[in-house]
Design a protein around this ligand. Sequence first.
Ligand SMILES: [Zn+2]
Length: 344
Amino acid sequence: MKYLVLLAGLLITMATRAELVILQYHHVSTSTPAATSISPADFKRHLLLLASLNKTIVDLPSAIQTLRQGGTLPDNAVAITFDDAYESIYHNAFPLLAQRRWPFTVFVNPGTIDAEHEGIMPWQQLREMQQQGATIANHTQDHPYLIQRPDNLTLDAWLTQQVDNAEQRIKQEMGQSNRLLAYPYGEYSLAIAEWLQDHDYLAFGQHSGAVSSQSFWQAIPRYPVAGAYADPDTLNNKLQTLALPVASNSLVDPALGSDNPPELRLTLHSQDLDPDHLRCFASGEGQIDHQVDVTGTTITLTTQATQPITQGRSRYNCTAPSLSKPGYFYWYSQLWINTSVENR
Ligand SMILES: [Zn+2]
């Protein structure tokens, strides 16, 4: 009897495993840079696909809070986010999302809004979206490469200027402060992540993967789904992913040092994947070699590309199919930043 109760508990835990997929868009337009845009027609296709797959579109701040508290989310939870507050979001995405009453989050730069940059929404349009259930969150004051701190500023002064000041400005205009930050260009360092943790911010990158209760809360993955990734078929694959349960000692600073190509070593604990089915991939190189070492329930995965990383930003992605959820893949992405590339 005792074992039956244990087994039932295990099955319930597996069935209600809380996972979240976060989608990241910029422009929804055909007249903006292709690399960061999705056409209104493809955006509409994305929404139709989400609806036909019975995804539950969740409010990002409350979904993240639920995950952090170890609570459960609806099965198939998806959050929709937009970076930079481009006007095309207001004109082309907002009406479609409002029609479905789907919540979404816009990460904004108060500096560019206050300077009335062309193509950026004014506060009034953001307030209109907020009244319909949108969250307006922090994308730093001026959208810098956050890891490139001016020489005359301490890290604390730099992040106070870029993060705290932006948060205060958003609170003034929107009456709301969620302390959620999206890193400009998805770039962060472990020192920045630590400052944010100390100052009670959660932060989102642009490296891919699903989110679980074990995610690193200052490097939360999102799937970029514009540009080359706008195809609804590739979106479908991303929606069927789970967070690879990587231990926190696997966190690595994304800025490349002298070790290039870098070696990545991940420690993970999971009985829902076959270590023999782990695979790793590098941007521009496809599948790369890896070694797996299993000791008890601990899996150590080591991987390294063969070619040095020369582009500004690139990634290693490691995946493995789920044993309990056919068609689903565990996914982990490590960002690499090549700071010798100035415009990246
Ligand atoms: Zn941005």
